[in-house]
Design a protein around this ligand. Structure first.
Ligand code: SF4
Length: 266
């Protein structure tokens, strides 16, 4: 990939440049003899002394460790803000840097670049739903309000580092903040599709009576609704994996139920 299409610009006059990409903090340093060094860490580790971190020079190690959270749980959504901490990757090779970033956040550099060139191909929920088969074939039956609540539950900045660019359909914008992420989300992901199926089941009433309820919210607009959901992340059962959306204690499901309750009480 040409350097012009890389989101991580090279230092020109500064000796050091730090870029953030999702939860990655990338330091680019010019050595005294003019060579470039790259160091990738979790943003929370940026200020830590190197001796407190595990240092790696093999990109595949970072690829493998990024699949699990600090607690050892598998990360079904690679852009969820659950990237593990405690490591540092160092290299002088820009291709290895690119590979690490692309492994941790697949396709995000390519999509960022397409967006910059105004050629990002966005797939709306309507089209994604039409393409589904088998157990996901009915997700298009999610009504408009439920779709909005699903976006609140899954796509908020607190849940995903991508910036949502898709909507219900070409002329039907979803009134939920898109997020502040550096890189775009060009279509509903597989986790969102799986969650939509479960939320449809909630709508159809087959799980309502057994699931927890939450205190009455007071906020009125979409931003307040997102803020009100923060406490759900605290009360959800952390032993239930993110991918187990059918479990009533699942975090996404709890967030959905809370968003739905909020919508009903507006
Ligand atoms: S659909 Fe939502 S949760 Fe999935 S990657 Fe896009 S923004 Fe993130």
């Amino acid at each position: 990939m040409e350097s012009a299409s890389r989101p991580i610009s090279e230092p020109q006059t500064e000796a050091e440049v730090i870029k953030t990409w999702g939860q990655l903090s990338i330091l680019i340093r010019l050595t005294e003899n003019g060579e470039r060094e790259y160091e990738v860490r979790h943003v929370e580790d940026r200020e830590k002394d190197s001796s407190a971190l595990d240092i790696y020079r093999d990109p595949t190690v970072v690829r493998d460790l990024s699949r699990f959270t600090d607690d050892g749980d598998y990360r079904p959504l690679r852009t969820a803000p659950t990237l593990p901490t405690g490591w540092s990757f160092e290299t002088g090779n820009p291709d290895e840097l690119y590979r690490v970033v692309d492994w941790v956040y697949p396709a995000t550099i390519a999509n960022w670049n397409l967006e910059r060139e105004d050629s990002l191909d966005v797939t709306q929920f309507e089209e994604t739903a039409e393409r589904q088969t088998g157990i996901y074939a009915n997700i298009g039956n999610l009504d408009r309000e439920a779709l909005e609540n699903a976006v609140v539950a899954c796509c908020a900045d607190s849940q995903c580092r991508k910036r949502r660019e898709w909507d219900a359909s070409e002329n039907d914008e979803i009134d939920v903040p898109r997020g502040d992420g550096e890189f775009p989300c060009r279509e509903p992901c597989s986790l969102f599709v799986a969650a939509a199926r479960e939320f449809l089941a909630v709508e159809q009433g087959d799980a309502e009576r057994t699931e927890p309820t939450f205190e009455r919210p007071t906020g009125r607009d979409a931003n307040e609704r997102l803020a009100q959901l923060a406490f759900v992340d605290d009360v959800s059962d952390s032993s239930v994996r993110d991918g187990e959306v059918s479990d009533p204690a699942n975090r996404y499901r709890a967030r959905y139920r809370r968003a739905k309750q909020f919508t009903a009480e507006r």
